[in-house]
Design a protein around this ligand. Structure first.
Ligand code: FRU
Length: 489
């Protein structure tokens, strides 16, 4: 099949299911989604010549068994209004026949170059893994490099679970960090360097073998990013096979980071403790980029591999991406803030100041909906718990609960009555300080809650019924004072 025929095949699926998909109430209002079918990792996020390009893993055939994983493509001038472009990479070559898997993008002398993993599996299920290049002249159609693949299969000591190259430039070299599994079935991230993007040398393992007390970090690491903020290097990656530990690591697969210093000679990183990146139910495969304003931006997949329980599947689509966030570093902790441009989406501001809640629940006029931004500041002293009931419908007994338990000093997200899920609580320790600030981004079927200016984030899909739009503020056994701002999006 050539590229033209592949684009026709994608269009066939899009035409067939676009109406069913569009009519689904759970289609998001302002989060990125694929037109039909299955979306997973964001790929190739880059600020290129005044426009942000973003790619993503896209299988338009889903939920039909025919798996055709290509790179979907969108671009934007402001990170909130996106234009859809034709798929950029089609799995039609011998080195990517079972999928153009995840990767990244770089600007090489004013050319946009994509670096990705070609996934190949024979009938017996044996895997091959190829790192490949593609470039564009017009920012729309991409040409794979004639010299592909530039790295064939894995280096010695690793299995063929070797993928997701993230590329950056440092001094005169290109570097790639690639997700890996050792022959002993331990997760790792391997570093390569190259002068020209064609000839690559493995220089070492950034983290994996040198993990010592962090050796609990699973059997495979996917989607590593290595970047620096304020002279510190950060390795953000997705370990698989980490066991739950109290309030930590409760999702099927994890996403978290180490901060420290990368030694460019040995490829080894010194690091601090592993920190979970997001405390909600769905966050995976982040893609980090630096933009021309010097900001470190991230977008993630609001889904997890092997987690396919959603009412949208019968409507022929599954998953979406998160909003874009700006990353900052405070000590060894990443702070995540909704990117400033999110404000462009704000409409119809409503506000209340100094509302007193004394062992009661209240609703506030015009604070409601299924697509909004909500900013709340709670001031508290002696109170057992307080917080929000989102997407409520008393008749249907639906609500998504988010509250602070001041006895346990924990934030709690409970989606067990969201309208679809039957169980599910995530908790996160946040020391009592007398003030709690929540910035909530609600969309038709998701919620992202930024706590205390990005100290923690809870990201989750939720599936309330149409019309479950109430917001209830509550305080239990005590008093809080509350300021609220609400914008429709
Ligand atoms: C992560 C992942 C990557 C792979 C891609 C395939 O979700 O498994 O490791 O490149 O998805 O779609």
């Amino acid at each position: 099949m050539d590229n033209k025929e592949f684009l026709k095949l994608v269009k066939k699926y899009e035409d067939k299911y676009e109406k069913v998909v569009e009519n689904d109430y759970y289609r998001q209002n302002y989060h990125l989604m694929c037109p039909v079918g299955f979306m997973n990792d964001p790929n190739g996020f880059i600020d290129f010549q005044g426009e942000y390009h973003l790619f993503y893993q896209y299988n338009p055939a889903y939920p039909e068994p025919n798996k055709i994983v290509c790179w979907g493509h969108v671009k934007s001038k402001d990170l909130v209004n996106w234009d859809r472009l034709p798929p950029a990479l089609a799995p039609i070559d011998w080195y990517d026949s079972q999928g153009c898997y995840s990767g990244s993008a770089v600007n090489v002398n004013d050319e946009l170059v994509l670096v990705y993993t070609g996934n190949v599996k024979d009938i017996a299920g044996n895997r091959e893994t190829y790192q490949c290049l593609a470039k564009t002249l017009d920012g729309v159609s991409f040409e794979k490099d004639k010299k592909n693949p530039v790295i064939s299969n894995q280096p010695e000591g690793y299995t063929r679970h070797f993928r997701d190259p993230k590329i950056w430039q440092h001094n005169d070299f290109w570097y790639a960090i690639i997700g890996a599994q050792t022959e002993e079935k331990r997760g790792a991230a391997v570093i390569y360097s190259s002068k020209d993007l064609y000839s690559w040398n493995k220089i070492g393992e950034a983290a994996g073998a040198n993990l010592g007390k962090l050796s609990f970090l699973g059997y495979m690491w996917e989607c590593p990013n290595l970047f620096s903020i304020k002279n510190k290097d950060i390795l953000l990656f997705c370990p698989q096979g980490v066991k739950a530990e109290g309030d930590f690591y409760n999702n099927i697969y994890q996403c978290g980071y180490l901060t420290g210093k990368l030694d460019y000679n040995t490829g080894k990183m010194s690091y601090s403790d592993f920190t979970e990146f997001d405390r909600g139910f769905e966050f995976y495969a982040p893609q980090v980029t630096k933009d021309s304003k010097g900001r470190t931006l991230v977008i993630g997949w609001m889904g997890l591999p092997d987690e396919e329980n959603s009412p949208t599947i019968e409507k022929h689509w599954l998953h979406c991406l998160t909003i874009i966030r700006e990353l900052q570093l405070k000590g060894n902790k990443i702070i995540q803030k909704p990117v400033e441009e999110m404000r462009l989406l704000r409409k119809d501001e409503m506000g209340y100041d100094g509302i007193i809640l004394n062992n009661e629940e209240i609703q506030l006029k015009n604070i409601e909906g299924d697509s909004y931004e909500l900013l709340c500041e709670f001031f508290y002293e002696n109170v057992q718990s307080f917080g929000l009931k989102l997407r409520c419908n008393k008749d249907k007994k639906e609500e998504t609960l988010f509250y602070y338990d001041s006895e346990e000093e924990k934030l709690v997200l409970d989606r067990s009555k969201d309208g679809f899920h039957k169980d599910g609580v995530r908790k996160c320790k946040v020391k009592a300080s007398g003030k709690l600030k929540l910035n909530v981004f609600m969309d038709k079927s998701s919620v992202e809650i930024f706590v205390n200016d990005g100290q923690e984030v809870f990201t989750s899909r939720i599936y309330p019924s149409k019309g479950s739009n109430d917001v209830i503020f509550f305080a239990q056994n005590g008093e809080v004072s509350l300021n609220v701002r609400h914008w429709t999006i």
